[in-house]
Design a protein around this ligand. Structure first.
Ligand code: PEP
Ligand code: MN
Length: 273
């Protein structure tokens, strides 16, 4: 049996695999696709994107209202206004909302708008934030820190579980290596490792994992092939005008074509089980 230091509640051992329920979506059964813009920029932008990703088969809508940016001069997100826009998109499309929370003081009120709270790579080891998220009734999408080992990542999931929140979705989003062609190095072996060590669902973010539109569709298929429980992907109606992460946003058309290629591979993978 595969084991890891400090991993108790998250350990697979002889437990059943966790299925995280988000409305009608069951993360951990089938293949869950979360898509939407990096940042919430305007109502039209989010609604248009939400309709497009839904039509292409996405299960949930992503969009950041609070953005952890490298520079304080970069767009920081619309905050409360952004959450209201996401709420409207959910009302119209029925897609549950995944949105990032970056401050412990925001967890409880953001939980009233979000269906899933995202904890980003930069905050993976923000233990105060993990504890707050662990007290929330909403599922938590925990991204792997860009400098973190699998052991550190799983221990962060353990923090959330330890506070009483059993609904954690792990997300591999690439780590920093010496490689510079890609934004990060997508570590798909971490998906398989996390699945042999824990009972939690694990999804892949090929968008931040590569930082390159040209590589995202193939890495998404690779995520299906390695047994990931889903994907989180950035989609923008006009990537050139995106206020964050423009070089890695798929257009709705490219996203839709990618979804068409995922379906047959999913069926093939199901047949191997
Ligand atoms: C994001 O999802 O837009 C994001 C900031 O991701 P990460 O925390 O993985 O960099
Ligand atoms: Mn982003």
């Amino acid at each position: 049996m595969a084991e890891m230091k400090g991993i108790k509640l998250a350990a697979l051992e002889d437990r059943k695999r966790t299925i995280v329920r988000v409305g009608k979506v069951r993360v951990g059964t089938g293949f869950t696709v979360i898509a939407g813009p990096c940042s919430v920029e305007s109502e039209e932008q989010v609604l248009e994107t939400a309709r497009a990703v839904k039509a292409a088969g996405a299960d949930m809508l992503r969009g950041g209202a609070f953005k952890p940016r490298t520079s304080p001069y970069s767009f920081q997100g619309l905050g409360f206004k952004g959450l209201k826009i996401l709420e409207k998109a959910r009302e119209e499309t029925g897609l549950p909302i995944v949105t990032e929370v970056i401050d412990t003081r925001d967890v409880s009120w953001v939980s009233e708008y979000a269906d899933v709270l995202q904890i980003g790579a930069r905050n993976m080891q923000n233990f105060a934030l993990l504890k707050e998220a662990g007290k929330s009734s909403k599922p938590v999408l925990l991204k792997r820190g860009m400098h973190s080992t699998i052991e550190e990542w799983l221990n962060c999931a353990e923090y959330i579980l330890h506070e009483g929140n059993p609904n954690v979705i792990l997300c591999e989003r690439g780590i920093r290596t010496f490689e510079t062609y890609t934004r990060n190095t997508l570590d798909l072996s971490a998906v398989c490792a996390a699945k042999e060590l824990t009972h939690l669902p694990v999804i892949v973010d090929p968008t931040h994992g590569t930082g390159k539109v040209s590589l995202i569709p193939m890495m998404s298929l690779a995520a299906v092939a390695c047994g990931s429980d889903g994907l989180i992907v950035e989609v923008h109606r006009n990537p050139a005008e995106a206020l964050s992460d423009k070089e890695q946003a798929l257009t709705p058309d490219v996203f839709s074509a990618m979804m068409e290629r995922i379906r047959p591979l999913r069926r093939f993978m199901e047949g191997l089980k």
